[in-house]
Ligand binder design. Sequence first.
Ligand SMILES: *[C@@H]1O[C@H](CO)[C@@H](O)[C@H](O)[C@H]1NC(C)=O
Ligand SMILES: *[C@@H]1O[C@H](CO)[C@@H](O)[C@H](O)[C@H]1NC(C)=O
Ligand SMILES: *[C@@H]1O[C@H](CO)[C@@H](O)[C@H](O)[C@H]1NC(C)=O
Ligand SMILES: *[C@@H]1O[C@H](CO)[C@@H](O)[C@H](O)[C@H]1NC(C)=O
Length: 332
Amino acid sequence: MKKLSSPFAQLPFFTAPILLVPFLLLALIYFLLFPNGFNLQSGLLAPCQCNTCPATTTTTTPAKLATPAVDLRVLLGVLTVPSSYERRALLRLAYKLQPPPTGAVVDVRFVFCNVTKEEDAVLVALEIIAYDDILVLNCTENMNDGKTFDFFSAVPKLFADKDPPYDYVGKADDDTYYRMSALADALRSKPRRRHDVYHGFLWPCDLESPNPEWQFMVGWGYVVSWDVAAWISSEPGERMSRNYTKGAEDMAFRHWLRLGGKGKNMYGEGKRMYDYLDGEKPDREKSCYRHELVPDTVAVHRLKSRLWWARTLRFFNSTEGFKPSKMYHLDF
Ligand SMILES: *[C@@H]1O[C@H](CO)[C@@H](O)[C@H](O)[C@H]1NC(C)=O
Ligand SMILES: *[C@@H]1O[C@H](CO)[C@@H](O)[C@H](O)[C@H]1NC(C)=O
Ligand SMILES: *[C@@H]1O[C@H](CO)[C@@H](O)[C@H](O)[C@H]1NC(C)=O
Ligand SMILES: *[C@@H]1O[C@H](CO)[C@@H](O)[C@H](O)[C@H]1NC(C)=O
C-alpha cells in the first residue's frame, strides 16, 4: 500500500478502503468535538434553550437526543369561547414560538362548553382535525357560572388513562400569556412539589399582612397539583364545590379548597405575574398587580389588543427566528 504523507498515516484506520475515509474523518471530528458523546453535546446545545435561539434549533436530531428527561407535565386549559378564532390562532403562534421548557411539557388546550352554532360546530371540528388542542365540556357557555368547576372536575376523569400522567393542571384566560419555561421552572423550584399545590398570583396584593386563609389566586391564571383537581373531581369534592359555582370563579375556587382543606401549599409569584401596562402609552397607574413587562415574567394578563400582544411577543423575543428574505420586508 502507498505510504500516506499525512501525520495521521500511522493510524491503523487509514488502511481502510478509501471510500470510508470521509466517514472516518467525520467520526474523528465528532470525537474531537464531543469526547464525552451526547453529555457534552447537551451542554453545548443548552444555550439554545434560551430565548435568543430560533425555536427550530431545538428540533434537530442531536438536540432531541440531548434533551433532559421530562419530569414535569402540565395541562393548561385556556378558557375561551368557540367564536374566538383569531385569539386561538394568536395563542397557538405565541406558544409555538416560545423556546420549549427544559425537562417539562406544558400542553395547552382551549376549553369551552357545548358548541351550539352550526358554523362553529363545523369550524371547530376543522380546528380539532388540524390541531387536536380543544376540549369541549358538557356545559352551557357562561362566564362565572361553573365553567371552571366543569373544567377541573372533568379533567381528572378525561385524562385518567394518560401515561405518564400530568403533575399539574391550570387554567388561564385567553388574554393571558404564560411563559412556559418560567412556569415550569417556578413549579419545579417550590419546596413542596406536586402535592397540594396552589400556584398563581395572590389577591389581594396590597395588604401589609394579609390573612392567607382569605387570599386567593386571581382567575386569569392559576395552577394546582393533580391531587387537588382529583379531589374536585371526586364525589365529596364535587358535592362540596358544585354548591358554590356562582359569582367570581377565582373566589369560588378558593372557597372549594377551603372547604376541602386543599391547596395548602400556596405559591404566589408576586411581580412575575401581572397585568399588562403599555410602556409607550400607559392607560392606567402602576400598582402591585400592574406594571411594565419584565424579563423573568411567568405570565402577563390583560392583553386586550393585537398591539399589546405584538409588543409583548416582541419583548419576549418571539420574533428572534425571523429571517430576512427578498420575499418580504417588515420593520419591527
Ligand atoms: C351533559 O349534561 C347534561 C345536563 O347537565 C346531562 O343531562 C347529560 O347527561 C350530560 N351528558 C354527558 C355525556 O355527560
Ligand atoms: C351539551 O351537548 C350534549 C350533546 O349535544 C347534550 O347531550 C348535553 O345535554 C348538552 N349539555 C348542556 C349542559 O347543554
Ligand atoms: C349544598 O346546598 C344545599 C342547598 O342549599 C344544602 O342543602 C347542602 O347542605 C349543601 N351541601 C354542601 C356540601 O354544602
Ligand atoms: C431578548 O433578546 C435580547 C438580545 O439577545 C436580550 O438582551 C434580552 O434579554 C432578551 N429578552 C428577554 C425578555 O429574554
